[in-house]
Design a protein around this ligand. Structure first.
Ligand code: ADP
Ligand code: MG
Length: 826
């Protein structure tokens, strides 16, 4: 079982690594992942280990709550903001009191610690303001010292040490000033008046809070966008029980329930439509703003808004298994620990803190021994501590991955792990499946030829058998049967013959639907029929033959053409200098036609294990493969490939086997995913470089290496400012990923968005519409010319907003569908 928790108090990747380690040690824990950014932890185990987990995490100094909390992040932002609102004005006030006189701004004498008269009152005021600021930001002290005393120092330990050492030294100076005053030793007073350091002590914590706040704010931006997805899933669902509607809570939904979707409702889970039709607005999940037409056999995604119809669908993935939850989880899990490159940063961070403390101590001792005095040595030690907080290092990878996966999800690309995103960047060979990947997911039947019996019988037999299949070629057959309202029967002994078709028994008769190869293997055809069949298959690469009761009943010619998106995608892959190869279970003729059209290599007639061994062959020759497929026969190859990518409309097993899913079924998104992968990796490397570089340069500087030759010394305050800036810059750099062009149809989208959003202006009066089927056909006809129209059968008209379609285009499309246009009003 997998259980979710929320861990509080983690601040850097050393923290998340420690929590992970301590939970992993518990007996019975199989695996654990911890996300530093969200605090989400998921633990896989056979039994409930909550108590043990709580005990060991609390012992490490963190808090833990059961369940995933999605709102946690914004609460943190609010708290940080309050702290900032209190701290910042006080810091300004403190700066004024401490440094005003130095830069010649008038400061009343009693506040001016550099004035003999005001030395005591001035320094006490500084101490008081600093104490308030530290008090407001005291949690760095608590966490930092707790970790220090348990010998597990982290970034907070550096801050706490740096700040407290400054403060204590300041307090000591105040004591010395008072002593000097009491014994009238002006020299002693003068010596300590310049060395108060209160502003440094307070500034460090205030600046870190500022950095954290900015960081939190930008992280939350990404998180809220994703969190909104969750709100799309409704709390209640209407299901059909014994033919009656029943409202239940979405949590009670089970796989296999028949869910009813009415006009305007949001889908409560994922599923497949079995009856009715309408449009689904999938924009929140795919970024595609035009509603997608849905009918029997098509997938409904949880959270999408259904309109313009009524449908029933079978629930498939419910609750936490549904697509929206998966997206949210994926983005949250884009965690440093799982990405190979992040391990470098984690290992370094683990050593870093103790090493830095060592350096600070050595530098402090060295200057002290060299005779530069206590205050100088303290200054150096504190600078080293605050300048080397490894937070930029800890953030470098997770933030980039998080923004990257978020961006991918927004564009309908589900990348299942940060690792997959990293791997995508180095892909050099693209292997593509044909049917359903390069060609449309729902092909069209262009011709039906009957040998014996009548046409409806042929369709009914074929559809009854295909109803069991999830192959793209099954869909048009089922749709045709639906359109003619044919009663489908239940078949038995259904068997999918991969790459060929299917066999089943209907009543007492053997049925086979598939290509010629299949028919030849189940029937011994006489000379004549064989010739006719071969002839049919020759001219039309994709022919579905139907055999029943030992006889060839007829065939369908299916238009299985390469989609425009696929063409563009292949060209873009080629432009990226990738080797593109098509692997298909279909016959040589069909394969050649498609491959020639695209100008790519191919391998035809491959069985599932051949696709797999083909992938292995490329891998062994040192190539990094990206396999894209949709079918059952692609699953082994998808698993074996360096990166496997499934078409969203494809079979569940393909989706399960893949590392990434293209929800929009648009092959161009595969290109976008590769681009994004490259951009993310570049970003991670930039981030890591800057984080390392920054520490490598500033630590020696803080140690004072430039003091003797040039007199350059770093003030602890500048150190903490620079440190906060480095985290902020890493986050900002990662946010740049939001502007990466994935090169998909965004611009086209925008245009059509305008088209849909504008008020309905054009009215087309249509004659001949009688029923819902007519409505569907007319709607489809409009769709074919790129118009999303609202069709009203009763009023005999269709309305839509401004569209690029001309009157001629509209007329010919509607007439081709078998209706007449009477008038067009614009
Ligand atoms: P690809 O590997 O290109 O996706 P498939 O192996 O899925 O192709 O299918 C290859 C051929 O097998 C199809 O062109 C079709 O002739 C036949 N076929 C497979 N499944 C079916 C089915 N359910 N119904 C009819 N024909 C099928
Ligand atoms: Mg396929």
């Amino acid at each position: 079982m997998i259980k979710k928790y929320t861990v509080g108090g983690m601040t850097c990747s050393a923290c998340s690594a420690r929590v992970e380690r301590c939970v992993k040690k518990i007996d019975g824990v199989k695996s654990v992942t911890v996300n530093l950014l969200t605090g989400a932890m998921s633990v896989t185990s056979d039994i409930d280990l909550t108590e043990e987990i709580r005990r060991s995490i609390t012992a490490e100094g963190y808090t833990v709550k059961e369940g995933a909390e999605h709102k946690r992040a914004s609460d943190r932002e609010k708290k940080l903001k309050i702290r900032l609102i209190i701290s910042l004005p006080l810091v300004v006030l403190l700066m004024y009191v401490a440094m005003g006189a130095m830069i010649k701004i008038p400061v009343p004498w009693f506040l001016n610690a550099m004035d003999m008269k005001g030395a005591i009152s001035g320094s006490l005021v500084q101490a008081a303001i600093a104490a308030v600021i530290i008090g407001v930001n005291f949690d760095y002290y608590i966490r930092g010292f707790r970790n220090l005393f348990t010998l597990k120092p982290n970034m907070d330990s550096l801050v706490a040490l740096g700040s407290s050492v400054s403060f204590i030294y300041g307090a000591f100076s105040v004591a010395m000033i008072i002593k000097g005053h009491v014994v009238a030793d002006h020299k002693l007073m003068m010596k300590y008046m310049d060395n108060l350091y209160f502003e440094g002590a307070a500034m460090i914590v205030a600046l870190i809070t500022l950095g954290k706040y900015l960081e939190e704010k930008s992280k939350n931006k990404t998180m809220t966008a994703i969190g909104k997805l969750l709100e799309l899933a409704p709390d209640t669902a209407i299901i059909e029980v014994n033919g009656e509607e029943k409202q239940i809570s979405s949590q009670e939904l089970k796989r296999g329930d028949i869910v009813i979707l009415k006009d305007g409702a949001n889908a409560p889970c994922d599923g497949v439509v079995i009856w009715g039709n309408g449009y689904a607005d999938e924009s929140a999940i795919t970024g595609e703003s035009i509603p997608v037409y849905k009918e029997a056999g098509e997938k409904i995604v949880c959270g999408t808004t259904f309109s313009g119809g009524y449908c029933k669908f079978v629930a498939k993935n419910v609750g936490e298994d549904s697509t929206v939850y998966k997206i949210v989880k994926l983005v949250e899990d884009a965690n440093s620990t799982r990405v190979p490159i992040a391990k470098v940063a984690d290992t370094v961070a683990g050593f870093f803190v103790p090493v830095v403390m060592g350096i600070a101590l050595i530098a402090f001792a060295a200057w002290l021994i060299a005779g530069y005095g206590m205050s100088f040595a303290v200054n150096i030690g504190v600078s080293v501590l605050v300048v080397s907080c490894p937070c930029a290092l800890g953030l470098a990878t997770p933030v980039a991955l998080m923004v990257g996966t978020g961006k991918a999800a927004e564009n309908g690309i589900l990348v299942k792990s940060g690792e997959a995103l990293q791997k995508l960047a180095s892909v050099d060979t693209v292997l593509l499946d044909k049917t359903g990947t390069l060609t449309a997911n729902k092909p069209k039947i262009t011709k039906t030829v009957v040998f014996s019996g009548d046409e409806n019988e042929l369709i009914a037999v074929a559809a009854s058998a295909e109803k069991q299949s999830s192959h793209p070629l099954a869909k048009p057959v089922i749709a045709l049967a639906e359109e003619r309202k044919l009663a489908l029967e239940n078949v038995e002994n259904y068997k999918a013959v991969q790459g060929q078709g299917l066999t089943a028994t209907l009543g007492r008769e053997e049925v086979a639907v598939g290509n010629l190869r299949l028919i030849k293997s189940v029937l011994s055809l006489d000379e004549n029929t064989l010739k006719t069949a071969e002839k049919a298959a020759e001219g039309n690469p994709t022919v579905l033959f139907v055999a029943c009761g030992g006889k060839l009943k007829g065939y369908f010619v299916v238009e299985d053409t390469v989609t425009e998106q696929a063409k563009k995608a292949v060209n873009e892959f080629k432009a990226m200098k990738m080797k593109v190869v098509m692997l298909t279970g279909d016959n040589e003729l069909a394969a050649k036609k498609v491959a020639d059209e695209l100008g790519i290599d191919y391998k035809a007639g491959v069985l599932p294990q051949d696709k797999y061994s083909e992938v292995v062959r490329y891998t062994e020759s040192g190539r990094k493969t990206l396999m894209v497929g949709d079918g059952v026969n692609d699953a082994p190859a998808l698993t074996a490939a360096y990166v496997g990518m499934a078409i969203g409309a494809g079979t569940d097993i393909a989706i399960e086997s893949a590392d990434a899913v293209l929800i929009k079924n648009d092959l161009r998104d595969a290109v976008g995913a590769v681009r994004l992968g490259k951009a993310v990796m570049r970003n991670v490397k930039e981030n890591l470089f800057w984080a390392f570089f920054y520490n490598a340069v500033l630590i020696p500087l803080a140690c004072g290496v430039l003091y003797i030759p040039f007199g350059v010394l770093m003030n602890p305050m500048y150190g903490s400012a620079a440190m906060s800036l480095s985290s902020v810059s890493v986050v900002l750099n990662a946010l740049r990923l939001n502007f990466v062009k994935l090169g998909n149809n965004k611009t086209e989208n925008k245009k059509s968005e305008v088209r849909v959003m504008k008020e309905n202006k054009t009215i087309v009066y249509i004659d001949g519409m009688m029923c819902d089927h007519c409505k569907k056909r007319v709607t489809e006809a409009f769709k074919s010319i790129g118009v999303t129209a609202d069709v009203d059968v009763k009023k005999k008209r269709a309305t839509f907003g401004e569209a690029a379609a001309s009157d001629e285009e509209i007329k010919s499309a509607i007439e081709a569908a078998g209706y007449t246009v009477k008038k067009i009003e614009r």
